[in-house]
Design a protein around this ligand. Structure first.
Ligand SMILES: Nc1ncnc2c1ncn2[C@@H]1O[C@H](COP(=O)(O)OP(=O)(O)O)[C@@H](O)[C@H]1O
Ligand code: SF4
Ligand SMILES: [Mg+2]
Length: 334
């Protein structure tokens, strides 16, 4: 069952430098209980896509086209009051930096309790009991006393656990986690991701996990969207993406990962060159300036998203925005 369906989403920032076209026509779906990974280098439009869905774009940010159907209801047409009923309840978000989302002047427990009281008709005592239960769930030691601690009394890892507790407070159907562990050291990252995956599976909630780490994608996700230049470049079930990446950008990203089986991780971006300036993106394929397989046509016209039924070059459930998927294109070996 489709929980979220984003269709033709476009978002931009109107800045002194001009219009930054951050998201240029994104389609994605998330089924109930599914984990969708969004991967891509910095600046690809991953965060703006997710922030647009919840209408959380910063000032200067505007959604200019598209729909975000959540259980059939277009979130983009809802009022701020309707959306704030949904945020923190049916859809929760975790950001990279928990400090920016926690209020330093309130105890962590008080903030979790506030979320519960905002969305549920329960007493303060019941909400507090639920907060302790959530702290236990995210494995914060001595939950009963830690709920009364302030954010600065927590380590980075514990703060991120507290953020997860807050996000889970109302049993969301969808959790959006935007690089939830990037700010933490590697061992803690792994613990938190394992915890998130474990809770996701137990609660049966759907999750969108944004990361630039393909190792995390391999371990955590069911399906993956690879984003670049404000567009989804490839979408595939996770196994297919690693076994048979079809987009030159995906291949470039994968080539940058030494060996996932060793649990080795490396920051992406050894693809030569850098992502386009979204204030002035290339007219054709945004990856053309860096693509080893670029053809003349790639520079002139933006490729459509080819799906598996269009071309034998794609496996089941796979789609790719690349002219190489066109039946008349030359065969290029991976
Ligand atoms: N507040 C903002 N003002 C102007 N441009 C922005 C703002 N936030 C993001 N952008 C631009 O939008 C594009 C997509 O950004 P983002 O979605 O944050 O990338 P990602 O999450 O994939 O790293 C980038 O070109 C970025 O510079
Ligand atoms: S459309 Fe062309 S430039 Fe873009 S990824 Fe495919 S081959 Fe490379
Ligand atoms: Mg981001």
């Amino acid at each position: 069952m489709t929980l979220l369906s984003v269709q033709g989403l476009q978002s931009e920032f109107r800045t002194a430098r001009g219009v930054v076209k951050a998201v240029r026509g994104v389609d994605l779906t998330v089924a109930a209980g599914e984990v969708l990974g969004i991967v891509g280098e910095s600046g690809s439009g991953k965060s703006v896509t997710c922030m647009s869905i919840l209408k959380l774009l910063k000032r200067q940010g505007h959604i200019t086209a598209g729909k975000a159907l959540f259980q059939g209801r277009d979130l983009l047409t809802l009022s701020e009051a309707q959306l704030s009923d949904i945020r923190g309840d049916e859809i929760a978000v975790i950001f990279q930096d928990p400090m920016s989302s926690l209020n330093p002047t309130l105890t962590v427990g008080a903030q979790v309790i506030e979320v519960i009281l905002r969305h549920r008709k329960v007493s303060r005592a019941q909400a507090r009991a639920r907060a302790v239960e959530l702290f236990d769930l995210v494995r914060i030691p001595a939950a009963e006393s830690r709920v009364d601690a302030y954010p600065h009394e927590f380590s980075g890892g514990m703060r991120q656990r507290a953020m997860i507790a807050m996000a889970l407070a109302c049993d969301p159907k969808l959790l959006i986690a935007d690089e939830p562990t990037t700010a933490l050291d590697v061992t803690i990252q792994r613990q938190i991701l394992t915890l998130l995956k474990d809770i996701q599976a137990r609660m049966g909630m759907a999750m969108i996990l944004i990361t630039h780490d393909l190792g995390v994608i391999a371990e955590t996700c069911d399906r993956v969207c690879v984003m670049y230049g404000g567009l989804v470049m490839e979408e595939a079930p996770v196994k297919a993406l690693f076994a048979r990446p079809s987009h030159p950008y995906t291949r470039g990203l994968l080539a940058a990962v030494p060996d996932l089986r060793d649990g080795m991780r490396q920051r992406l971006s050894p693809i030569p060159g850098s992502p386009p300036d979204m204030a002035d993106p290339p007219p054709g394929c945004p990856f053309a300036p860096r693509c080893p397989a670029a053809m003349v046509h790639c520079v002139a016209e933006r490729p459509p998203l080819f799906i598996a039924t269009d071309t034998p070059r794609l496996g089941g459930g796979q789609s790719a925005r690349c002219w190489l998927m066109h039946p008349d294109a030359p065969e290029v070996s991976p």
